[in-house]
Design a protein around this ligand. Structure first.
Ligand SMILES: Nc1ncnc2c1ncn2[C@@H]1O[C@H](COP(=O)(O)OP(=O)(O)O)[C@@H](O)[C@H]1O
Ligand SMILES: [Mg+2]
Length: 537
């Protein structure tokens, strides 16, 4: 039994797809139907980071009639496994860089939360689903989990949505404090909005990498690194926020089961060409200069070289002439150096690492795993002003570095090879077909996903008989059908006359210099708490 009193069978599957059952309603309506399912429960997962508020939504697992989404079955042959749990990730949206949120107080602890732009939040959802879809083939082991909806709401509708979900937390104090804070923040400034990304649950029982035991940590880290390499060779993408909180791990790994998942793609840079896609053009020169200093090399030379490696180049194979193992490990290390140096340079420039006293790449947890102690140190010279990138650690392999790389290579092969027994459900063409016919969710850059016009709470009686106006059958809770549509009109779904131009995510600018660290008024105390939070990673 899980904490919601539902029986949970241990899943021994690689999740590989989600489809929405009723395609006559929008993805948000399907999520809303789950929210409004009798017996739904909301549980707070996370609120300590800069922008996100993460909840888990469970519906009773005993009634297939109430299901809105289906995931890939255990055999990976069909999308027939009912989805009873979703993860809701909220953010307070603001286009004004000086629009600061008040301090969130939960359990007598302070958390400094920040707004983000709609473009940035959309980019996160877009990147995650894009990465999900493009790594679903060929093995059905995508490196991340599927997004099922992206939505945003004006402050009034956002508050209304919070009112709709709040009772599902059954008075849980922390949930209430966080939800009240979100409501309060929306009411405070009229130009704010509520953003919501809905996704699958990683896997019941998965924990953040830092929270699993040493054996699991080792295997899950190797698997996560295999995913990081696959993402790089496949898509030429670098997640420069790949700290251990953004890697979910299987605490009791068994080689036949699903291992780690990468999450949180709010900060991704594309390196397929000379430009740093996803980074504001005004920052690229500084970033490349810092990359060159910290790597002792040349950015464009490195980029051109490491982007030629294909996923298959990272398979260890035996041949008549012996094994290519040394060659493969050298290439993995070459890619990892590039990723780590770029991660460091981007974060130093965009986030002003000096003022946070954080002077390592976000991926340093993975580097410490492979190369040990020296990677715990600062990469710059602590002085006033801080000089970034002057003392990066030497990439000296330790005893078990090679063993770990061997396992990583095995995992890359597993991620990138289609199992013999499998029907071709997750072939590139099958996935493309499912995306095209809407079975697998995809985000479109032209849409604004503004759900402010959606009716969230149907009145308790049939309105059709008693009221004039729109002849929509609105059915109340007693005979409420979660698969029915109860929205007056759906024009909003493709509403393009938006205030927000969601331009190509990897072409547009992302977060500017991190405004959050610039202002000193939030005091040393806040820095200290940020530092200690970072250090937990
Ligand atoms: N889909 C998910 N399944 C399980 N846990 C999740 C999921 N998404 C987020 N979490 C948990 O919530 C935490 C914060 O989520 P994340 O997406 O990283 O948000 P933030 O942008 O606030 O860091 C994660 O570190 C993880 O513990
Ligand atoms: Mg995160």
């Amino acid at each position: 039994m899980n904490k919601n009193g539902q029986t949970s069978t241990k899943r021994k599957i690689f999740r590989g797809g989600v489809k929405q059952l009723n395609i006559n309603i929008s993805s948000f309506e399907a999520v809303l139907a789950m929210i409004r399912t009798p017996g739904a429960i909301l549980t707070l997962i996370s609120y300590g980071s800069k922008t996100g508020f993460i909840f888990r939504l469970d519906i009773p697992a005993n009634n297939p009639e109430l299901v809105q989404f289906m995931a890939l079955n255990n055999e990976k042959t069909a999308l027939t496994k009912p989805v009873y749990t979703l993860v809701l990730k909220f953010a307070i949206i603001s286009e004004d860089p000086s629009d600061n949120l008040d301090t969130l107080r939960v359990d007598a602890n302070n958390f400094y939360k920040y707004t983000e732009t709609l473009q940035d939040f959309f980019t996160e959802a877009y990147n995650q689903q894009d990465i999900y879809i493009s790594t679903l083939s060929p093995s059905g082991n995508p490196v991340t989990i599927s997004v099922v909806d992206f939505s945003n709401f004006d402050p009034t509708k956002g508050q209304e949505l919070i009112d709709v979900v709040k009772p599902l937390a059954f008075g849980d104090r922390k949930s209430n404090e966080v939800l009240e804070y979100m409501k309060y923040s929306l009411g405070q400034v009229s130009s704010r909005r509520l953003g919501m990304i809905t996704m699958e649950l990683a896997n019941d029982g998965f924990k953040e990498l830092a929270d699993v035991n040493a054996i699991a940590y080792n295997v899950d880290s190797n698997y996560a690194l295999a995913q990081i390499f696959t993402l790089f060779t496949n898509r030429k993408l670098v997640n420069y926020d790949c700290h251990r909180g953004n890697i979910l791990a299987n605490p009791t790994p068994n080689m036949g089961e699903e291992l780690a998942k990468l999450i949180d793609f709010g900060r991704v840079v594309g390196v397929a060409d000379r430009t740093l896609q996803g980074i504001p053009a005004t920052d690229t020169i500084e970033i490349i200069q810092l990359y060159n200093r910290v790597s002792g090399s040349d950015y464009e030379t490195d980029r051109a070289r490491v982007t030629t490696y294909r996923t298959g180049d990272l398979f260890i194979v035996e041949s008549g002439r012996g094994t290519n193992e040394t060659w493969v490990i050298d290439r993995m290390e070459d890619i990892l150096k590039f990723i780590a140096n770029l991660d460091y340079a981007v974060n130093c420039i965009l986030n002003d690492f000096a003022s946070t006293h954080w002077d390592k790449p976000q991926i340093s947890g993975m580097l410490i795993h492979l190369y040990g102690e020296p990677f715990k140190n600062h990469w710059g010279t602590e002085s006033n002003p801080w000089i970034h990138g002057t003392s990066p650690p030497a990439w000296t392999r330790i005893d078990d570095t090679i063993y770990k790389y061997r396992q990583i290579a095995d995992f890359i092969r597993r991620i990138a090879t289609q199992p013999q027994s499998q029907r071709n459900l997750v072939s590139v063409s099958a996935v493309q077909r499912m995306v095209q016919n809407g079975e697998i969710y995809s985000l479109n850059i032209g849409n604004n996903y503004d759900r402010s016009h959606v009716v969230l709470t149907p009145p308790p009686t049939l309105v059709q008989a008693t009221m004039g106006g729109p002849q929509t059958q609105v059915i109340g809770p007693p005979n409420y059908n979660p698969r029915a549509t109860y929205m007056p009109q759906r024009a909003y779904v493709q509403n393009n006359d938006s205030d927000y131009d969601l331009s190509n995510p990897l072409k547009g600018g992302r977060v500017k210099k991190n405004r959050n660290y610039r202002k000193s008024k939030k005091s040393r105390k806040s820095r200290k708490s940020r530092k200690s939070r970072k250090n937990r990673r």
